[in-house]
Design a binder for this molecule. Structure first.
Ligand code: RP5
Length: 154
């Protein structure tokens, strides 16, 4: 994520990955405050065994796009809800990548962070039977929770 202030949002991605038993790391890497670290991180990620990158950022959110430009790993961007523009700035900065360097863009805020974790797990599940099983079970529990409580007044 681009700043420690993004953690309130991005912790939800980390929580999902923890729930699913997916090994992950959490790090602040700022595109504009630590640009050299950003390049180093992106260049070394694949070699370190990382398979998917989730990048959360707010405002002029160039972190996911810059990461994607420096690694062939799939990058999922989470637009953090900014104070000034409610995250519309973050969303458009992340989603509107010119053709050639894709960033898979999620929803603004918590929903995007949760779904980024689930989407990353789904990618890993293509080649990891344990993650596939855990992800299927997570989704079944979610479905069952809705079926078990159909009346919102209760
Ligand atoms: C972006 O600027 C970060 O991703 C964060 O969402 C936003 C504000 O950062 P802080 O000023 O709170 O560190 O780089």
């Amino acid at each position: 994520m681009g700043s420690r202030s993004d953690w309130e949002t991005m912790q939800h991605a980390a929580d999902v990955l923890t729930e699913l038993g997916v090994t992950h790391e959490v790090q602040v890497v700022s595109a504009h405050r630590t640009p050299d670290l950003l390049f180093r991180y992106a260049e070394q990620a694949a070699g370190r065994g990382i398979q998917v990158v989730i990048a959360g950022a707010g405002g002029a959110a160039h972190l996911p796009g810059m990461l994607a430009a420096k690694t062939r790993l799939p990058v999922f961007g989470v637009p953090v809800q900014s104070k000034a523009l409610n995250g519309m700035d973050s969303l458009l900065s992340i989603a509107q990548m010119p053709a050639g360097i894709p960033v898979g863009t999620l929803a603004i805020g918590r929903a995007g962070a949760v779904n980024a974790g689930l989407l990353a797990a789904a990618v890993l599940a293509l080649h990891d039977a344990d993650v596939a099983k855990t992800l299927d079970a997570w989704r079944s529990r979610q479905t069952q929770a809705v079926l078990d409580q159909p009346d919102p007044r209760q």
